[in-house]
Design a protein around this ligand. Structure first.
Ligand SMILES: C[S@@+](CC[C@H](N)C(=O)[O-])C[C@H]1O[C@@H](n2cnc3c(N)ncnc32)[C@H](O)[C@@H]1O
Length: 248
């Protein structure tokens, strides 16, 4: 069993994207629209991985193993772009399965040189070889892949998950109830500027409904009241949805 406290103590502090703007060339943004440039940055990073040898190798592995139930290439590229853009330290994913999504998160860690970053990957099935698709060099490079066997519900009940995370990826059960439940469970654990990412948002109304509830509106104009709205930005590309959490 991994020691969560040991990992958490070693982790460097997460810094907010706009505070890191000058340090990180992926995040050149203007003060008036602080998140507008993220679209360009994520698109560029996703495009980069789409045409890479890594993508070709992952597709070869996936097809050799059987592609049923794993994340598709477009969504993997978006996930990679979002992860590189954020440069997270603590990432959690539900539904790790054979590790297609995990591999792209770990690849983003490697390409951003995030040597202390951790991916906690939860999978409940006894039948799958969790993380089997992840290339060895990514799995062992920094010990960044932490596989957790069991149901998300049970890990939460036993309080075995980090209380504060930079990025959460939902890719477990895609029922309306379960997706909404996971969003509600993990949203409060996200730091200011952290990312909620969901796969298969097209499957039901959970993601748009969750996002709708993060809005507050100005009574007079009927437009978003940015001060009281609890996201900075959100979007959907392919079957990936994401929202950037705002706490203050
Ligand atoms: C769509 S697959 C995940 C695909 C994976 N992210 C990939 O890209 O390779 C969904 C997985 O979620 C797992 N799962 C379903 N409900 C779960 C739960 N409550 N807790 C943990 N894992 C769950 C299933 O066993 C299944 O392997």
């Amino acid at each position: 069993m991994f020691s969560l406290l040991k990992y958490m103590k070693k982790m460097p502090a997460f810094s907010l994207p706009w505070r890191r703007r000058l340090e990180n060339p992926n995040q050149m943004e203007s003060a008036a629209t602080p998140f507008y440039a993220m679209w360009d940055a994520v698109a560029r990073l996703a495009h980069e991985i789409r045409g890479s040898d890594f993508m070709a190798e992952m597709i070869r592995r996936r097809d050799a193993y059987g592609s049923e139930g794993v994340m598709g290439a477009l969504d993997c590229a978006t996930l990679y772009g979002l992860t590189r853009w954020l440069r997270p330290v603590v990432v959690m994913e539900s539904g790790g399965f054979i590790g297609m999504s995990s591999a792209f998160i770990l690849k983003a860690f490697a390409d951003e040189n995030l040597t202390a970053a951790k991916l906690y990957s939860i999978e409940s099935s006894d039948e799958c070889e969790q993380g089997a698709l992840i290339p060895d060099e990514l799995r062992s490079a920094s010990g960044g892949f932490i596989s957790m066997h069991g149901k998300v519900e049970d890990f939460l009940k036993r309080d075995q998950l980090p209380g504060s995370i930079d990025m959460f990826l939902h890719d477990s059960s895609h029922s309306y109830r379960h997706m909404l439940w996971e969003f509600r469970q993990f949203w409060p654990r996200l730091r200011d500027g952290g990312l909620l990412v969901s796969h298969d948002v097209q499957m039901n109304a959970a993601f748009p409904e969750f996002i709708a509830r993060t809005y507050a509106h100005d009574k007079r104009t009927g437009r978003r009241d940015a001060g009281r709205t609890s996201h900075y930005e959100w979007g959907r590309w392919g079957y990936i949805g994401f929202a950037i959490k705002k706490t203050d």
